[in-house]
Ligand binder design. Structure first.
Ligand SMILES: [Zn+2]
Length: 325
């Protein structure tokens, strides 16, 4: 039996002001997490639970983990509150029309009916979108992209993902997979990607792939934290590795901005914090790459929301329904 662990060991806080809550669920390759989110984009203290999904778990175990986490959250709903729906963000690819998920890093689920699973457990109106889209919705709602009409949210972490809001509404694409910026190919690189492609920005600039490049060039470390420390210390191969990642990210962002015309790109995820200098490399690469003012005017900033963004964004699928396509 899967057990859910409470992320924050604090008493349930309820100010009695906002009565409508949404259940936000984030499903990924290492964990499933869920929480209650109010109409102002706040995660309710004491309502957040998680369970692991990695380690080669089978399909039934994964479903059990989702069920355990959701039931723990439902047990924490304050009596005064009304649950108005469940939003689910999942690692992609997904099949939004049929409510199915096939997360690249979760091989036990190919075409798995996650939407129906959540509907069955909760009895709530449920909306499923890709996790990158949810993060973008969160940043647009209460993060770095507040009141900005054309935003790309990005996560640079174990992988590279993203989502789009254009003209103030989300852009899921017909299958729900728009925003897979991690698999845009970047010119001048031949790194092999897990998707089967070559030169994908994820293959170059994810945390693990940046560490791997540094290793191939003689750096002995193994973690992003070590990379960060050695970058601060000015270790040349690490400085080069971070510059390389930033250049690839900048070129991918310039390509995306050329295509869809963006105001802002908000980048979160663990590896985006390897060094503030990463953002300088990204901005320089965009400026070098782009001869068009409409591309070089795109602002690139750190995400405003940390680990809460996936849950806030999943809940935004309910609270901000009018923006969700
Ligand atoms: Zn790829």
């Amino acid at each position: 039996m899967t057990t859910a662990s409470r992320s924050q060991l604090v008493p349930l806080h309820w100010d009695g002001e906002t009565r409508e809550l949404a259940l936000g669920i984030d499903f990924g390759g290492t964990k499933v997490e869920a929480a209650l989110v109010d109409g102002t984009g706040r995660v309710l203290e004491g309502s957040r639970f998680r369970a692991p999904t990695g380690g080669g778990a089978g399909s039934d175990e994964l479903a059990a983990a989702v069920g355990t986490v959701i039931r723990a959250v439902l047990d924490s709903v304050p009596r005064e509150a009304r649950l108005i729906g469940a939003g689910v963000g999942s690692a992609g690819p997904i099949d939004v029309a049929n409510g199915l998920v096939s997360p690249l890093n979760v091989p036990a689920w190919r075409g798995y009916p996650l939407l129906a699973l959540v509907e069955d457990i909760t009895g709530l109106p449920t909306v499923l979108r890709m996790d990158g889209l949810c993060i973008t919705l969160a940043e647009h709602w209460v993060g770095a992209g507040r009141d900005v009409s054309n935003v790309m949210g990005m996560i640079v972490s174990t992988g590279v993902g993203g989502g789009l809001i254009l003209g103030g509404v989300t852009v899921p694409g017909p299958t729900g997979n728009a925003g897979h910026i991690g698999h845009i190919e970047v010119g001048g690189f031949d790194d092999v990607c897990a998707c089967g492609g070559t030169g994908c920005v994820e293959a170059i600039a994810s945390g693990p792939n940046t560490v791997a490049w540094a290793n191939r060039n003689g750096w002995p470390g193994t973690t992003g934290e070590q990379l960060s420390a050695d970058h601060r210390a000015g270790v040349p191969v690490v400085v080069a590795a971070v510059e390389r990642a930033g250049r690839a990210l900048g070129h991918a962002i310039a390509s995306a901005a050329s295509l869809v015309d963006l105001d802002l790109v908000a980048i979160g995820g663990g590896f985006s914090q390897v060094s503030p200098v990463l953002f300088d490399h990204i901005r320089v690469a965009i400026a070098e790459r782009a001869a068009f003012d409409f591309v070089s005017r795109t602002r690139v900033v750190p995400a405003g929301l940390g680990g809460d963004a996936p849950l806030i964004g999943a809940a935004a699928l309910i609270h901000r329904r009018s923006l969700v396509r």
